[in-house]
Design a protein around this ligand. Structure first.
Ligand SMILES: [Mg+2]
Length: 387
């Protein structure tokens, strides 16, 4: 008997962060995620997540926009169809809907989750199988304050939770940023690796100078220093920089990956399933990187438990992950929405091994935190906060 795709639920959930997260283009104090649950006629369900960094400050999809796209355009294309073959359903979506990578990712995750649950296998098995069960996870220091960042890094080292740190820079002048980074690297010494993420804030000449100064300060890598459309600038910087240059915002799927390889425009890719357009597209990006001798890093959109776990299954299945991962999203959030929280121990995330994603949503929590939930009906001034 075919398994019919019966229903797609989507929710917007707001979760405050443990501290302000300061990036070059925005500062966030809460994370907004779009959760999707797909239900099938055999009683199986699948979960997915679409999350961005700072609404529309980072990319061209927002959680609210994803919800609208799925409710209004994705769902009618899927409901009533045989739900047992995720690739066939994704092909239908891709033939009718342009772009919408984050929403595509959320839906594909839910389809794969349900398929893996029905098979009694972890999601990674549908991606070729896990090569490792523990993924190294770095921590992002983004308070904007040098002393506070050093304290935070020391606490993470003492708790054996993280020994690699990424600093968000680009908001201040380059020399001010380098002084901030250098002070942190000096304090940590050989006990911690330090990288920076400029989030596109520099121009070519600043990046050229900055790369040398950061190299002198002992920094290992610079993430997306230049605007995402300046691939020639990235290529020139990659050729001249003494330390690794990573592409992030500029990578929006396999075609971008191919062009970066062709132009030798990065030493490393930040692999983000949402940006790529789903787990299978991200796997294609990884294959192109590997063929082009580009190192891989498991990136995050600061997703919560569902999106983080989806990425973890993909990253665990890759042949190489030279730069580790930044799958710390749930640790930045003040509320846990999973029944069993993800386990972070000894500088790594343990990839869940149960069927599907291997995690369950705490639906009481979701009901409480969802924006249009019974306890959260938004009226008056707080409606503005949620924009
Ligand atoms: Mg980045």
């Amino acid at each position: 008997m075919p398994i019919k795709l019966e229903k797609i639920d989507t929710w917007i959930v707001d979760i405050p962060t443990i501290r302000p997260h300061v990036l070059s283009m925005t500062s966030i104090s809460k994370q907004v995620m779009m959760l999707v649950r797909i239900s099938f006629s055999d009683g199986s369900v699948g979960l997915g997540e679409g999350t961005t960094i700072g609404g529309l400050a980072y990319g061209d999809e927002s959680p609210e926009g994803m919800k609208l796209a799925i409710d209004r355009y994705f769902a009618p294309l899927l409901i009533g169809r045989d739900g047992s073959e995720p690739a066939a359903l994704m092909a239908i979506l891709r033939s009718q809907i342009v772009g919408n990578h984050f929403a595509m990712h959320a839906v594909e995750t839910a389809l794969l989750d349900a398929a893996a649950r029905r098979a009694g296998l972890p999601l990674s098995a549908l991606l070729g199988g896990a090569r490792q069960q523990r993924l190294p996870v770095l921590w992002t220091l983004a308070s904007g304050d040098t002393g506070r960042d050093i304290e935070e890094a020391e606490a993470m080292l003492a708790a054996r939770r993280h020994d690699t740190f990424k600093l968000k820079i680009g908001k201040r002048t380059m020399p001010e940023d380098v002084a901030h980074v250098a002070a942190i690297k000096r304090a940590l010494g050989d006990r911690g690796s330090v990288r920076v993420d400029v989030n596109q804030a520099w121009d070519r000449i600043t990046a050229r100078k900055g790369a040398q100064m950061l190299a002198d300060a002992g920094v290992d890598l610079i993430e997306q220093p230049l605007p995402r459309d300046d691939r020639l600038g990235m290529a020139r910087l990659t050729a001249s920089s003494p330390i690794a240059i990573m592409a992030d915002e500029a990578l929006r799927g396999p075609r971008d990956a191919l062009e970066f390889v062709r132009d030798s425009a990065a030493h490393a890719f930040s692999l983000k399933p949402a940006q790529a357009g789903g787990l299978s597209a991200a796997r294609d990006v990884a294959a192109i990187a590997r063929a082009g001798h580009i190192g891989l890093y498991g990136g995050t959109m600061l997703e919560g438990g569902i999106g983080t776990t989806a990425s973890a299954h993909l990253f665990a299945s890759l042949p190489e992950l030279e730069w580790g991962t930044e799958l710390f999203g749930p640790l930045l959030q003040t509320e846990e929405i999973l029944v069993e929280p993800l386990v972070y121990r000894d500088f790594a995330l343990e990839v869940p091994t149960g069927p599907g994603l291997g995690v369950e949503l705490d639906m009481d929590k979701v009901e409480h935190l969802r924006r249009d939930g019974p306890s959260r009906t938004v009226t008056g001034p707080s409606a503005r906060e949620n924009v």
